[in-house]
Design a protein around this ligand. Structure first.
Ligand code: COI
Length: 310
């Protein structure tokens, strides 16, 4: 493990490791790629990624097991999702096995960067973007696929303490038929304004409502959400506007394996408030690769504050 970091307080900052994997797509195919040291990318000022946001990314983590093996969590699911995102913004698909092999080789080279302090991991960010120069709106012909790594701690400043979430009344993140289920930069750009305003009033994150009726819960933008209502765990169904989280999927599988009732369905704000007032809204939590499983301590809905477990 690299010794020069304050492992207890590293937070979720970007700390480039020594190497990154880069592959290029030209003439209709991905090249074999290479491990490089240079963290900078030089591309045309009129690349499709700059002009029209043609880009997708993933988020994954590597951990060190006590026996020093490097562990990844369901990487094939991330690569499947990357290709689903690619498909939505017309980026050519990339072979999942090729990506996972490249990642494994990269992790071997940079294994000293995998932290082992509690609540830390090596964050993995694979991403793809259009690199050829053009100015009319069209699909790119050239792309780069890059995997970068960074040792990280907890995503939220609260660590694993409950976060305060602001239910966003004005802005929307995505609508069905749009980009919401793709992990593409534009969704995150769309979220920044609300996020900034929520921070100003001391909330950690924004909880998005559906873009049509502004009534149904969607996601937090950095995590999917779950609520315990009575003896059932409910989470918004995947209807095209929210990210199909891999931690979300895994949590549902684990809960069902434990015999817990889980429903993937529409959950309205009114239902949450009513359940809260009746005293049956027991818990709320979010799931995500960066966010892991984060308890929600408070939801601010208009003028009402729903507080969970004090
Ligand atoms: C992740 O959980 O890996 C994400 O991509 C969320 C956020 C950091 C963008």
């Amino acid at each position: 493990m690299k010794k020069n970091l304050d492992w207890e307080n590293i937070g979720f900052a970007y700390r480039p490791t020594d190497s990154r994997f880069v592959s290029m797509y030209t003439d209709g195919k991905w090249d074999e790629g290479a491990m490089i040291a240079d963290p900078n990318v030089t591309i045309s000022e009129s690349s499709g990624v700059f002009q029209y946001a043609q880009t997708c990314f993933e988020g994954m983590k590597a951990y060190l097991a006590p026996d020093r093996r490097i562990l990844l969590f369901r990487p094939e699911k991330n690569m499947e999702r990357l290709n689903n995102s690619n498909e939505r913004v017309c980026i050519p698909k990339i072979d999942p096995d090729f990506c996972i092999h490249a990642l494994e080789e990269l992790l071997k080279i940079d294994r000293d960067w995998i932290p082992s302090a509690p609540d830390t991991s090596l964050y993995i960010r694979p991403f793809i973007f259009a690199t050829d120069p053009y100015v009319g709106v069209r699909v790119g012909n050239q792309y780069k696929f890059i995997i970068i790594l960074s040792p990280v701690g907890a995503y939220y400043p609260e660590g694993l303490n409950p976060v305060k979430i602001y239910v966003e009344p004005t802005y929307v993140r995505a609508v069905r038929g749009g980009l919401g289920q793709a992990k593409t930069g534009a969704n995150y750009a769309a979220s920044l304004k609300a996020q900034q305003e929520a921070k100003q009033v001391h909330y950690t994150q924004v909880l998005w409502l559906d873009g049509v009726e502004r009534k149904y819960i969607e996601e937090v933008g950095t995590m999917n959400v779950f609520f315990k209502i009575g003896d059932e765990i409910v989470t918004p169904a995947l209807e095209g506007s929210i990210l199909p989280g891999i931690t979300r999927k895994s949590v549902i599988e684990i809960l069902k394996g434990w015999g817990v009732k889980v429903a993937e369905r529409r959950v309205s704000v009114d239902e949450l408030v009513e359940a809260y007032d009746k005293g049956i809204l027991g818990e709320a939590f979010g799931t995500g690769t960066a966010a892991v499983i984060s308890p929600i301590g408070m939801l601010k809905i208009n003028d009402k504050e729903l507080v969970f477990n004090d």
